[in-house]
Design a protein around this ligand. Sequence first.
Ligand SMILES: Cc1cc2nc3c(=O)[nH]c(=O)nc-3n(C[C@H](O)[C@H](O)[C@H](O)COP(=O)(O)OP(=O)(O)OC[C@H]3O[C@@H](n4cnc5c(N)ncnc54)[C@H](O)[C@@H]3O)c2cc1C
Length: 455
Amino acid sequence: MRRPAMTIELDTDIDPRTLIRPGRPGFDDLRGTFNVLDDQQPEAIAVPTDADEVADVVRWAHRRGLRVAAQSTGHNASPLGSLRGTVLLNTSRLTDVRIDAAARSVRAGAGTRWRDVSPQLADLGLAALHGSSPEVGIAGYSLGGGIGWLSRKHGLQTNAITAIDVVTAGGELVRADREHEPDLFWALRGGGGSFGVVTGFEFGVQPLAQVYAGALFYPVERIADVLHAWTALLPGFPEEMTTWCSTIHFPPFPEVPEPVRGRSFTIVLVAFLGAEADGRALLEPLRRLGPAMDTVAVQPPSALHRQAMDPESPLPFRATTALLEELTPSAIDDVARIAGAGSPLGLVEFRHLGGALHRATPDAGARATLPGEIGMLSLGVVPVPEAEPAVREALGGVAAATADQRVGDYPNFVMQPTDASRFFDAPTWARLRQVKAAYDPGDLVRGNHHVPPAR
Ligand SMILES: Cc1cc2nc3c(=O)[nH]c(=O)nc-3n(C[C@H](O)[C@H](O)[C@H](O)COP(=O)(O)OP(=O)(O)OC[C@H]3O[C@@H](n4cnc5c(N)ncnc54)[C@H](O)[C@@H]3O)c2cc1C
């Protein structure tokens, strides 16, 4: 059913270049997201160039009874749904980056991606708590948690944040940190994008001159052997060692590097923050399995930016995810049957978590810790609708195989609309809703995993 068109009158107090209506040039490009199966249909798209324009857009939407959804890259837009009655506030022009190397601190606009920050940091011998893809936005990643190569040692990116500039639902630009708006600061760090429109972040980074990192590639037929060997090693790995075990069926596209193009592998990805000799000793049992390719070596931290080989261009996909207490031998055998040669799933990934992710720092935000030892993320590309049933069946199979070991979900990996209360314990959820009621009682600002105001 076609929805009735909503007429939006442009105000004289808002620059028409900032607000784009359906049918106008640029609208379709800007409503595109990382998952091309999304079909965002906002009432208008705002592309402000600074915090004052963000505040203008928020006040304008409020006057018209519209809601506001902030988006930087659209890497997790699917949970938002259609955006009817909502202005999409695209922050992609807020890309100012300042690095204070001496203070090990970064100030980044809410439209920046990790690729805008991490390479510069690497040149300075520093590393942020970035994740697997340089294309992911710092905003959504940081507001939802943020797990990457350094998380077992240094925790979640959200708790490395020291200050957040945010336009509230009332259209006021405030700075939230430990001294100012402390409840808002707490909620934004892990509670997601429901509390206002962030215009910029400040966060701490770590010194990192080099890392023992790379990948061990095994033929995909070895998936069960590799997963059994990898899971057996996890309890003995120190926090300096982060390994992910993935099965990837690489597409035959020209942009995929030749050695892996069109081929399938089970891969152990490695980032070790200690001495090479110690890293070698820890990996020895995996090397004994005889990888077909081995790229693990001492490297600059910039090697981590793309080592997961994540897709960087939008694609049509479905995904499933879970945080697992462990990966049992029977689950491994089931997963191996589903994810091996000929699988409709392009990626089945298991990330070793734990370490600092289990320890709450005293002044942490709403996402203090993440449960589980292993994060599972599985993804199947759906190039045509006919491909969807097989992908859904395989995703369901991986979810069923690991269901007994499931201890929760990591919201940034959940890519469907869902009740966000499931991501938090009851006191944290109640406090999040109270903060939302204090800052946005009319529920103007929509987060992808939405927190409604307490009544
Ligand atoms: C290929 C790929 C790789 C990934 N790798 C990792 C990884 O290694 N580790 C990890 O932890 N996660 C990872 N993720 C998940 C990622 O953290 C989430 O998708 C995250 O939400 C992306 O943030 P974004 O700003 O790019 O996306 P967006 O879709 O633009 O934003 C997601 C949500 O964040 C909120 N938001 C964004 N900007 C603002 C703002 N200015 N103000 C208020 N709210 C805002 C909104 O609620 C928005 O709906 C990955 C995702 C993909 C697709």
